[in-house]
Design a protein around this ligand. Structure first.
Ligand code: GRG
Ligand code: ZN
Length: 317
């Protein structure tokens, strides 16, 4: 079996960051905040975050915060809750959460909660369980969960639960592994996992493993490395990870590497990108692949970063 080409992946991630005029960077312009989270978290799991200029990243993040408190995907881009979580996560990686205006950020997220407990992604109002997860994850990291109505937020998430045990983006929406990660993650963070039928959901999730060892996101779909995150983290949170073959999944992820130039793709022989490189490395971390830092399945941050947020002596509430 191939081994993890860790050094090559580090070099690939650093090169994408430097090539700001490349095709991938131009396409990703509006997603730069998410890209920063994917690349930097992967570097941290690989033990190489110290190769990054912290001050440069932090001042760029600060320049993406708006008066409303929310963050844009890049300088002068509109704020959205999707980029706001990435900004908070990157600052957490560097232990720099104190550089931002937490009250303003908190009030931005609080303003996005709707009467039924759901969350909108920005002022335009689209509702999705992705945004419920993001709001809950962000506020938990900032230790401000008490500022929203958690009970209603949880009730809304449960209203998106389907007969097959999975979750969709709104009530009645088809079960999808990405939405399941969001709903299970939000329920884990709020201590509400007892509201899930773990055997039923575990059954749906473990059926996502296909012959090649990879996982898909819905029945009849192709396997894709990013589901090594969405499905696997959910299985871990509900304590059913032993229902899939870890060895076969490790092999599938390793088969998606570009062992010459670094990077990981969605499936073997496709072109690599930072998104799948991150989810491949994060998936291997969840699978306890040697040499990688462990990652927390609910917060999607390295375990030592999460511990530093919640157990450091200097942090106050
Ligand atoms: C901190 C990890 C982290 C996430 C933040 C944005 C977000 C919260 C979660 C996104 C969850 C989600 C919906 C993921 C799915 C992404 C994806 C691969 C969508 C493609 O779906 P389809 O159905 O593709 O078009 P398939 O794989 O079914 O062909
Ligand atoms: Zn994918």
């Amino acid at each position: 079996m191939e081994e993890l080409a860790a050094e090559k992946h580090v070099r690939y991630i650093l090169s994408v960051e430097k090539k700001k005029d490349s095709f991938e960077s131009v396409v990703m312009e509006h997603l730069r905040m998410n890209g920063a989270y994917w690349g930097l978290t992967a570097l941290d799991i690989l033990g190489k975050l110290d190769t990054v200029d912290v001050d440069e990243v932090v001042s760029w993040i600060i320049s993406c915060q708006h008066d409303s408190g929310g963050f844009g995907g890049n300088v002068e881009h509109d704020p959205h809750i999707l980029y706001t979580l990435s900004a908070v996560q990157v600052l957490a990686l560097f232990n720099k959460l104190d550089v931002i205006d937490v009250d303003k950020l908190t009030s931005y997220i609080v303003s996005l909660q709707n009467e039924d407990g759901s969350f909108s992604g920005d002022i335009w109002g689209e509702v999705d369980t992705r945004f419920s997860y993001i709001a809950i994850c962000c506020l938990s990291i900032l230790r401000r969960l008490d500022r929203i109505n958690v009970e209603k937020a949880v009730k809304y998430i449960i209203s998106c639960k389907n007969m097959d045990g999975g979750f969709g983006c709104t009530p009645g929406g088809e079960s999808h592994a990405g939405q399941i990660f969001c709903c299970v993650g939000a329920l884990a963070i709020t201590g509400s996992l007892d509201l899930i039928d773990k055997d039923l959901l575990g059954w749906w999730l473990c059926e996502r493993q296909v012959k090649s060892g990879g996982l898909n996101g819905r029945p009849e779909k192709k396997p894709d490395v990013c589901y090594s995150w969405w499905v696997l983290s959910s299985l871990i949170m509900i304590d059913r990870v032993h229902w899939i073959s870890k060895e076969k999944l490790i092999k599938f992820i390793l088969d998606c590497q570009d062992v010459e130039n670094g990077g990981i793709s969605d499936r073997p022989d496709d072109a690599v990108d930072v998104f799948h490189t991150y989810f491949g490395v994060a998936g291997l971390s969840l699978l306890e692949y040697p040499g990688l830092k462990p990652i927390d399945p609910a917060y999607a941050l390295p375990v030592d970063v999460v511990n530093q947020i919640f157990f450091s002596k200097t942090s106050t509430n």
